[in-house]
Design a protein around this ligand. Structure first.
Ligand code: DAH
Length: 339
């Protein structure tokens, strides 16, 4: 078989056809009368008589191959376009996409962290199932202390006690045990209390704990930090009020109220017509707590706070029922799709 027949055969076999244009190129090159194969037929006369028969057979075989490949490419293209015809009806209406969006509680948590990251806080976390030490004892709730009854707890095991954490204050202990001051940290997370579910309470909810330990930290720092937070989270004219309170792990302790974001002081059922809404508790970390974590309370002091993320979110968006957060009602969630 002559060289050129061999070469053309290879070319026919390797030729890729994936469009009508390429099919036409194939036809022109190998099938039409003026094709390279047509030329080979034209050369027949100049082939010496004794080789002519073999030459003729080779060229004919090549012609058959080219025609078979041509038919193959035609069929291939057809079945490809058939697929398109079957699957893409361009007259159909578009399929609506159902992308999820950020949950309002997540948006509040992210905004919270953003505000505090700018003033040097990092983020820490701890387990949702806690031992007695982290949830109570290290936080200055001595055994049998009446404060332990302040929170109805889901105990998983008794003696030794293991429980679903009732607050994120447990993370304060974990951080202070592992890090040296200065400490500036936020600990967001889920907490659990044995409470009846209502518009204002749930047995599973979220808190944001804050902790700042350094030399010379005072109550003034706590107040200034929370003023800053309230104005950043809500509006510049948001007011903050501290009410004296009691927590075993802080001394002095306070409840933090902000001016009602729903009625702006006019009076509504969210603020119970007082113009103020409680968003959490705060105080100066009790020296006993510092000592429990191996921090010298004669050198260091600090403040802590714990806030309810649900409550803060409800005030932020005017949500009146806390159960909406976990009911997975698309009509509710869709209202936050721009977050
Ligand atoms: N752990 C408290 C609670 O769940 C909230 C709290 C109050 C946290 C005062 C604090 C704090 O860090 O200083 O009710």
């Amino acid at each position: 078989m002559s060289n050129s027949i061999q070469e053309i055969k290879k070319e026919v076999e390797g030729f890729v056809v994936s469009s009508e244009t390429e099919l036409e190129t194939f036809r022109m090159r190998f099938i039409s009368r003026k094709s390279v194969i047509g030329e080979l037929f034209g050369n027949m006369k100049s082939v010496p008589a004794e080789e002519r028969k073999a030459y003729g057979q080779d060229v004919n075989a090549l012609k058959d191959l080219a025609e078979a490949r041509f038919q193959f490419h035609i069929d291939n293209l057809k079945s490809g376009s058939k697929k398109v015809e079957n699957h893409a009806d361009l007259t159909l209406p578009p399929i609506e996409d159902h992308f999820g969006s950020i949950h309002p509680l997540t948006a509040t948590r992210q905004r919270f962290i953003e505000i505090f990251e700018r003033i040097g806080f990092n983020v820490s976390s701890g387990p949702e199932i806690e031992g007695d030490w982290y949830n109570f004892t290290a936080l200055n709730f001595p055994e049998n202390h009446p404060a332990r009854e302040m929170q109805d707890t889901f105990f998983i095991e008794k003696n030794p006690d293991i429980a679903l954490r009732t607050h994120t204050s447990s993370v304060q202990i974990r951080v202070m045990e592992n890090e040296k001051p200065p400490i500036r940290t936020l600990s967001p997370g889920r907490v659990f209390r044995n409470e009846a579910i209502s518009a204002r309470a749930h047995c599973v909810f979220h808190q944001m704990e804050g902790l700042y330990i350094d030399k010379g930290v005072s109550f003034a720092d706590l107040k200034q930090t929370l003023y800053h937070f309230a104005k950043e989270m809500y509006t510049k004219d948001t007011q903050v009020r501290f009410r004296p309170s009691y927590f075993p792990f802080t001394e002095p302790s306070a409840e933090i109220d902000i001016s009602c974001q729903i009625c702006h002081g006019e009076g509504c059922n969210i603020c119970k017509y007082s113009g103020w809404v409680e968003i959490g508790g705060a105080g100066m970390v009790d020296p006993n707590v510092l000592e429990n974590c191996g921090i010298d309370s004669t050198i260091y002091s600090g403040f802590a706070f714990g806030m309810g993320i649900e409550r803060i979110t409800m005030l932020r968006y005017g949500i009146k029922d806390l159960r909406l957060f976990t009911e997975n009602d698309i009509r509710f969630l869709k209202q936050f799709s721009s977050l």
